[in-house]
Design a protein around this ligand. Structure first.
Ligand code: PBG
Length: 355
């Protein structure tokens, strides 16, 4: 095998045991290259390490709910809780102290406020907007990302408007642009459309600009697959039981790769500042291909089911949770991601700070 850099192996002097002055050793292989030399000690491993994870790579998703001084565990996401707004402010403060650059907010909307059209999404005083304002007031230095999609607000649990069993595209986009404006008015820094309707990034960019929010960014859930790994998230936002049918008419088919590149290309054309691939680990090939093809700021979402799998195995004593967490996150960096949305964010940040 030829090596890429340096002299070809054949050109190197082959020293015999006699010339080296070493005793003849029948077992010793004559190897000009020994890969293990660089792995022998911690200092050497650190020196040659190609990818590192830092707290700057993290976006921390938080679930908010009504109430005061309240926290509610989510059974399928051990260690993750729904937080009342004041508690979300507390966690945002902690995130800033841990130098996590950005948080993502997801609402658990009271079932009484959910309807066919997800109208609560357009209420400027809804849970997400109240949380944005409260966090911006107390922790102005942290970035806030918000989903644009209707699923936490609809009685049927879909991301868009439903008519006769179909998710309407253009009618949904019209509502999503209004949702984006409402969130921008509340102070959201990054609008993240996660609905997978066609044309929504362009429509949202246009609406934001027209409303003078030219500085509000868009991170497009550009390649988002119809995945079983979103299960625990749907528990967290309360759409698991209400969801009728599945999301395969708008989220991508897990068998496709080229289609992901087309999705990403469209979102870039329409004005996305950053793009996201989702889920994470099962779709690392997509992350790598997207980063290679476009060189855009590229993010991966290590989704709820991925988090749940690692936590469940760790709780059973079947693997070392801390190490699995760190290893799963470095995999995203290796694949070319600029950052990761992960429920492990505070835990891994604490660990990185200790070093
Ligand atoms: C809503 C949305 C989902 C996730 C993020 N935004 C669920 C879905 O599309 O059904 C999943 C995140 C996770 O599983 O952690 N559009």
């Amino acid at each position: 095998m030829a090596i890429k850099f340096g002299r070809p192996i054949e050109a190197r002097a082959r020293l015999t045991p006699v010339e080296t002055g070493l005793p003849a050793d029948a077992d010793r292989l004559d190897l000009p290259t020994r890969m293990r030399r660089n792995r022998r000690s911690e200092w050497a491993r650190r020196l040659v390490r190609e990818n590192v994870l830092t707290t700057d790579d993290l976006i921390w998703p938080l679930f908010v709910m009504d109430g005061e001084n309240a926290r509610q565990p989510i059974a399928s996401m051990p260690g993750v809780e729904r937080l009342s707004v004041d508690q979300a402010v507390r966690e945002a403060t902690r995130a800033a102290q841990l130098t996590i650059p950005c948080i993502a907010l997801f609402p658990y909307t009271d079932p009484s406020l959910r309807d066919e059209t997800g109208s609560e999404a357009l209420n400027p005083d809804n849970l997400v907007c109240r949380a944005i304002r409260a966090i911006k007031k107390e922790v102005p230095e942290i970035g806030i990302l918000c989903d644009v999609a209707l699923d936490p607000f609809t009685s049927h649990g879909h991301d868009g408007l439903l008519r006769d069993g179909e998710i309407l595209n253009d009618e949904t986009v019209a509502v999503l642009t209004r949702q984006a404006i409402v969130q921008a008015q509340a102070g959201c820094d990054i609008i993240a459309p996660s609905d997978m309707m066609d044309g929504r990034v362009g429509a949202i960019r246009k609406a934001l600009d027209a409303a003078n929010f030219t500085d509000v960014s868009i991170m497009a859930y550009a390649a988002k697959y119809a995945s079983a790994f979103y299960g625990p998230f749907r528990d967290a936002v309360g759409s698991a039981k209400t969801l009728t049918g599945d999301k395969r008419s708008y989220q991508m088919d897990p068998g496709n790769t080229d289609e992901a590149l087309r999705e990403v290309a469209l979102d870039i054309e329409e004005g996305a500042d950053m793009i996201m691939v989702k889920p994470g680990l099962p779709y690392l090939d997509i992350v790598a291909r997207v980063k290679d093809a476009f060189g855009m700021p590229t993010f991966a979402y290590q989704v709820s089911g991925e988090y749940a799998m690692i936590m469940a195995a760790a709780q059973n004593g079947w693997l070392d949770g801390e190490r699995a967490m760190t290893e799963s996150l470095i995999a995203f960096k290796r694949a070319g991601a600029d950052g990761v949305l992960t429920y492990f964010a505070p835990r891994v940040a604490e660990k990185l700070k200790q070093r």
